[in-house]
Design a protein around this ligand. Structure first.
Ligand code: FMN
Length: 358
């Protein structure tokens, strides 16, 4: 009998055995030599904690807010496409798990369940992650997302060109047959994009459709949802994003999936927080595996973090239950490390709790 996982690494190990190898590789792999993939972990491991004791931490409150929405603890579900590869319930399972855990889920544009259907099952806040494939498609998607109750649009900007991963090329990876990009087919038919239409086909072809700084103003005119930029990794771009009035920034290298040899997001975080200087909320993903990683990110200025691959590991374990388990593991770990650092809530977390490598 398989033992119940006690860490995200246990869930990962199980997923590797449970998923078809090409699907496993698609989820696990990083770009090229996977230097950044390794760095995403190593950089967290190299930061050490400076715990503080003789403080009454018998009661702890993990709640926080993201763009005005309360969540039960500062860990959220990142947008990862085609979640039905890991479990047939895909995004429906993930959104129910997020709701049960009292946290936020960001739904990916290439989801296997339509954004409206996911919203119906949501009991927590939702963001809609957007890949820009031209103004007509973006306009259609954000209007649908807003109508369905999504709180923010998170536009992913770190893939200006297609960047196939080498493991996927070797495996001749293709999305498994039968998994639709549901925002463009089925129930979405009649909402502006017909299955098989030129627009839907265009979305499937990730040719470069530039989204530029000046387009943020255009996007503001299309929606009253909050606007988040996902995928920045430098202080310069963080400053530009704040200048352009975005509400949030996700510091991310896309889980090292598209470009190799970049900084890890935890290394880039502090300088980006400084550049933004309170003008936007800052979140982080790429490499979160432990509750202590969450604390490290908060100590360096993030308001909350997202997990990506761990969603698929949870789904592969047992659908909704598995994603709930992944979130619960992180909650328990974060709660404990918070107490060990002398904090009774996220408001107590400060820069002095971490020591960066010399
Ligand atoms: C299988 C998979 C699919 C992903 N699909 C998307 C996507 O559709 N849109 C997006 O913005 N990011 C996507 N990402 C990136 C995640 O949102 C996130 O940035 C990354 O997974 C975080 O790193 P982690 O996996 O180490 O937690 C994907 C990641 C994975 C693993």
């Amino acid at each position: 009998m398989t033992l119940r996982p006690i860490s995200l690494y246990d869930l990962e190990a199980h997923a590797q055995t449970a998923l078809p190898s090409a699907v496993w590789d698609f989820i696990a792999s990083g770009a090229q030599d996977e230097l950044t993939l390794d760095r995403n972990r190593k950089a967290f491991d190299d930061i050490v904690l400076r715990p503080r004791f003789l403080v009454d931490v018998s009661e702890r409150d993990l709640r926080t807010t993201v763009l005005g929405e309360e969540i039960s603890f500062p860990v959220m579900l990142a947008p990862t496409g085609s979640q039905a590869q890991a479990h047939t319930d895909g995004e429906m399972a993930a959104v129910r798990a997020a709701g049960a855990a009292g946290t936020l889920m960001a739904l990916s544009t290439p989801s296997n369940y339509a954004l409206e259907k996911v919203a119906e099952a949501a009991t927590g806040p939702l963001w809609f992650q957007l890949y820009h494939r031209g103004k007509d498609l973006t306009s259609m998607l954000v209007k649908r997302a807003e109508k369905a109750g999504y709180k923010a649009v998170a536009i992913t900007v770190d893939t200006p060109l297609p960047g196939p991963k080498e493991r996927d090329l070797r495996n001749r990876y293709r999305r498994p047959a039968g998994l639709e990009l549901a925002n463009f087919t089925g129930e979405a038919a009649g909402l502006g994009v017909e299955p098989g239409s030129a627009a839907a086909a265009r979305w499937e072809m990730p040719e470069s459709t530039p989204f530029l700084w000046e387009d943020i103003k255009w996007l503001r005119g299309e929606t009253s949802m909050k606007i988040v930029i996902k995928g920045l990794i430098t202080a310069e771009d963080a400053h530009m994003a704040a200048e352009h009035g975005v509400d949030g920034i996700v510091v991310s290298n896309h889980g090292a999936r598209h470009m190799d040899s970049t900084l890890s997001s935890i290394e880039a975080l502090a300088e980006m927080v400084e550049a933004v200087d309170g003008r936007a909320e800052i979140f982080l993903d790429s490499g979160i595996r432990r509750g202590s990683d969450v604390l490290k990110a908060l100590a360096l200025g993030a308001r909350g973090v997202f997990i990506g691959r761990a969603i698929s590991w949870g789904l592969a374990w047992n659908g909704e239950e598995g994603v709930r388990l992944a979130l619960e593991i992180l909650r328990v770990e974060f709660d404990r490390v918070l107490g060990y650092c002398g904090c009774t809530g996220v408001q107590d977390v400060h820069r002095g709790l971490v020591q960066l490598p010399k």
